[in-house]
Design a protein around this ligand. Structure first.
Ligand SMILES: C[S@@+](CC[C@H](N)C(=O)[O-])C[C@H]1O[C@@H](n2cnc3c(N)ncnc32)[C@H](O)[C@@H]1O
Length: 368
């Protein structure tokens, strides 16, 4: 049996008359933030629903602008979904049969609105699987591909394809889409990476959650490659951005990345446990802390986190807020709850790089 625990089941997708359906794939946990971004940036789009890692919407005009959304990974034309796929090997025959019946014409039409149309199309299937099945995703790709060839006679080309047909199988249900984004929309922002560089879509979501205001002072005290600072600028302009890191190498990388983004920002090599900033001088802290895995260790975090949380309550102005991402959930929660100055407002659990970190939204009380 092949097992995979990430298991989103798609909702019923029923767009209003005259509208085409789409779905975006995104980092699981960001659905609500991505839906807000979609509503704000494409007001005439209709949000149809979401499950972990997918956002479904529709629109009457081709959703070209959705390729500019900053909290999603990929955009797809919604094709169809079918149910009743056996978890046994016979399920593969069912997938082939159903894919041979599936109508890709509408999705191809939407693709043609965004990309040049091929004269003799080639395609590949990208399959993902969640649940328990006696087959793997490569076998699903082969079965689904055979179905598409039966119906459309397109050439299979795994590298130089025109169409990437996506098949997401969850338990007995398959969701089928045609990818419209030429590459992952998260491939942006940085030219250089550090060991634990954050996915820019997550950095962008954290900046949105911080409810940015113009001209405010924003701090990332453990900035690594500078992803959060770059996304904050992309979202709301520079304001006054401050960033720093304990090590010279990430500070240098951040400097190059910020220069490439034509962004002016004060970058300092410092220790986030002793920030060279005056009391109550910062409006918002947005930070991806060391999770104690790729960067640091739990033992090191037991020293870092208490000192950092003390600094957080010192440098944040009353009413200021912090948006913090970490896998050290118990440690951070305990420290924030134990602080007189800080209040935990909101938590968002993500699935990221095979782990389940949480975004914490913390505010600084007015009266302490
Ligand atoms: C998870 S990474 C941040 C990654 C960053 N968001 C990015 O996209 O590249 C955490 C960073 O914290 C830094 N760090 C660890 N301890 C620190 C400390 N005491 N003061 C400042 N930075 C620290 C590490 O060097 C590392 O770059």
């Amino acid at each position: 049996m092949y097992m995979d625990m990430e298991a989103p089941a798609p909702p019923t997708v029923d767009p209003p008359p005259g509208e085409d359906a789409y779905f975006a794939t995104l980092i699981a946990g960001l659905e609500e933030i991505a839906a807000d971004e979609l509503r704000e940036r494409i007001p005439d789009a209709t949000v149809l629903g979401a499950v972990r890692g997918r956002l479904f919407f529709s629109r009457s005009d081709p959703a070209r602008e959705a390729l500019n959304l900053l909290t999603i990974e990929h955009l797809h034309a919604y094709v169809d979904q079918f149910h009743g796929i056996s978890s046994q090997r016979a399920g593969l025959e069912c997938i082939e049969e159903r894919m041979a019946e599936i109508d890709l014409d509408g999705a191809v039409r939407l693709h043609a609105c965004l990309h040049p149309s091929p004269r003799r199309p080639s395609f590949r299937i990208t399959a993902k699987r969640a649940g328990e099945h006696e087959y793997n995703s490569v076998e699903i790709s082969a079965a689904a591909g055979a179905g598409v060839v039966q119906r459309y006679g397109w050439d299979v080309d795994l590298e130089e394809y025109d169409y990437d047909v996506r098949v997401y199988v969850k338990n007995d249900t398959a969701l089928v889409g045609l990818r419209l984004s030429p590459e992952a929309l998260s491939r942006r922002a940085r030219i250089l990476h550090t060991a634990a560089s954050l996915n820019p879509t997550v950095a962008h979501a954290m900046c949105r959650i911080s409810e940015p205001q113009e001209s405010e002072v924003v701090l990332d005290p453990m900035c690594g490659a500078g992803t959060i600072l770059i996304e904050r600028n992309r979202l709301a302009g520079p304001g006054i951005l401050l960033g720093g890191d304990l090590h010279a190498n990430p500070v240098e990388i951040a400097r190059k990345n910020l220069a490439a983004a034509e962004l002016t920002c004060a970058l300092v090599q410092w220790d986030a446990r002793r920030l060279p900033l005056v009391r109550r001088s910062v409006d918002a802290v947005i930070c991806n802390l060391p999770w104690g895995r790729r960067i640091g260790s739990h033992r090191a975090n037991r020293h870092l986190y208490p000192a950092f949380v003390r600094e957080l309550s010192r440098v944040l102005r009353p009413g200021g807020r912090a948006v913090l991402l970490t896998q050290e959930k118990r440690l951070l929660t305990r420290l924030v709850r134990g602080s007189d100055a800080l209040t935990m407002m909101r938590q968002l659990s993500l699935s990221l790089s095979g782990m389940h970190p949480t975004i914490y939204v913390v505010t600084r009380e007015d009266n302490t």
